[in-house]
Design a protein around this ligand. Structure first.
Ligand code: PLP
Length: 456
């Protein structure tokens, strides 16, 4: 339509996009998404797509949840904005803090609010550094995270991020940010090594790094329970179990970045529950508000909070906070998300539907010659594409296979996500069994087409 053409021209003329080849966008061609309904979105030409990644792994309740809109309007009418700096507070932020602390899978003490996953991770780093200073452990500032981990894009959170492409162009990571091997058994496991032996080797690598750097210099370990943007990496048997005592031994704070895993993605409310992780801090965002408004939170236990609060060590106020951190309207929406999840017993739905989701995903792994590994847990999954299953390699440039599959799939009305040669899926949590079939029927067709094109 004319309207769609004009939008596309204005996009090319005026808009710079995140994570996008800026020069290529000057030619236009971006898909303009116009409206959403349940698990579906519609582009400006009216074509319907099943959003199989829930936007950016985040729209847990789908694209048309009336109750979230109503909650936002009610709060905006009453008090659209206030802050919680220096002696002020407001009900939505207080209530949300109480809900999150009470529902945390391990004892947590306090919640602090920010606007994005990146801001929350940056804030956690500042809390950790502040705490080390308050304790007089001024050398304890280094942070360990993992290659292929994704923790955001601000300067400190990007330094946590271990996807190399994020670093080169920005002169990152900052000094003191260390990266260890990703727990990806399929790619990193040695010939003949069991998953459990692989976990032991990785944890030994982490301990060796801690010892080499000096344990008194290591402040924290940041990790996603399941890596999302790094390619949906589910850690093998024993990884979390062996890792946690090592961190404890050296007094290292464990931060679970639950930005993707949180609020049901892995089949339990938190990824920390699915993998029996006992973090000292949790980073929450995305599905917390179903992405209807920006909000994120840091939960911390007393081990983290007490030194920050301790008057005898006080360096002054914890001088950190954002104008819109925990904005009342965003907090009201988040509270309504939690109400809806509870009232509709969404976790039971996720456990039920994810059995089918994982079965269909894994069936493709077995049946398609192009799938090297099918992996996932709960309602997150991925297919790693290869040209040759035996050598686990692609003779093409890395990313070409998944990019091609992604395009074909999108033409069929399913939006997935391509990361390297991995195709990822994390649909809205409200997805039905029939809609799961729509995704994987589409993927099966695409893989069959590609197999045929390759063999001919
Ligand atoms: N942490 C994880 C695990 C994420 O997946 C993301 C974003 O995808 C972030 C942090 C950063 O969140 P944001 O994009 O809101 O800054």
């Amino acid at each position: 339509s004319d309207e769609a053409d004009i939008l596309e021209m204005k996009d090319a003329r005026y808009l710079m996009h995140p994570f996008t080849d800026a020069r290529a966008n000057l030619q236009g061609g971006g898909m303009v998404i116009d409206r959403g309904e349940g698990v579906f979105v519609y582009d400006s030409a009216g074509k319907k797509y099943l959003e199989a990644v829930a936007g950016l792994w985040s729209v847990g309740l789908g694209f048309s949840e009336r109750r979230l809109i109503d909650a936002a309007v009610r709060q905006m009418e009453k008090l659209p904005y206030y802050h919680t700096f220096t002696g002020k507070s407001h009900a939505p932020q207080i209530e949300l803090a109480a809900r999150l602390v009470e529902m945390a899978p391990v004892p947590m003490s306090k919640a602090f609010f920010t606007n994005s996953g990146s801001e929350a991770n940056d804030t956690a780093i500042k809390m950790i550094w502040y705490r080390s200073n308050a304790l007089g452990e001024t050398k304890r500032k280094k942070i360990i995270s993992r290659k292929r981990g994704y923790h955001g894009i601000t300067i400190a959170s990007a330094s946590l991020t271990g996807i190399p492409v994020d670093h080169q162009s920005f002169d990152l990571p900052l000094p003191g940010f260390l990266h260890v091997t990703a727990p990806h058994y399929y790619r990193e496991g040695l010939e003949g090594e069991s998953g459990d032996a692989f976990s032991t080797r990785l944890v030994n690598e982490i301990e060796a790094l801690i010892v080499a750097e000096g344990p008194e210099t290591i402040a924290a370990f940041f990790a996603e329970p399941v890596m999302g943007a790094g390619g949906v990496i589910v850690p093998p048997q024993g990884y979390w179990e062996k890792l946690q005592p090592v961190l404890k031994k050296y007094g290292i704070i464990l931060v679970a970045d639950e930005v993707i895993c949180g609020f049901g993605r892995t089949g339990r409310m938190f990824g920390s529950q699915t993998f029996d992780i006992r973090p000292d801090m949790m980073i929450l965002s995305k599905q917390l508000s179903s992405s209807y408004l920006p909000i994120s939170a840091i939960l911390m236990n007393d081990m983290v909070f007490e030194p920050i609060a301790d008057e005898s060590h006080a360096i002054g106020a914890f001088a950190h906070g954002f104008t819109n951190g925990g904005n009342p309207t965003a907090a009201a929406v988040a509270i309504e998300v939690l109400n809806i999840m509870e009232e509709r017993d969404l976790m039971t739905h996720v456990s039920d539907v994810s059995v089918h989701f994982q079965a269909r995903l894994r069936a493709l792994g077995a049946s398609s010659t192009l799938v090297g590994e099918a992996r996932g847990v709960g309602l997150i999954g991925a297919l790693e594409l290869v040209m040759d299953k035996a050598t686990r390699s692609s003779s093409l440039e890395v990313g070409q296979l998944a990019k091609y599959a992604f395009g074909l799939l999108q033409n069929k009305g399913v939006i997935a996500r391509a990361m390297g040669d991995t195709l990822a899926f994390s649909p809205p949590l409200i997805i039905t069994r029939e809609q799961v079939d729509m995704i994987f029927d589409g993927v099966a067709d695409v893989l069959a087409q590609m197999e045929q094109e390759i063999s001919s």
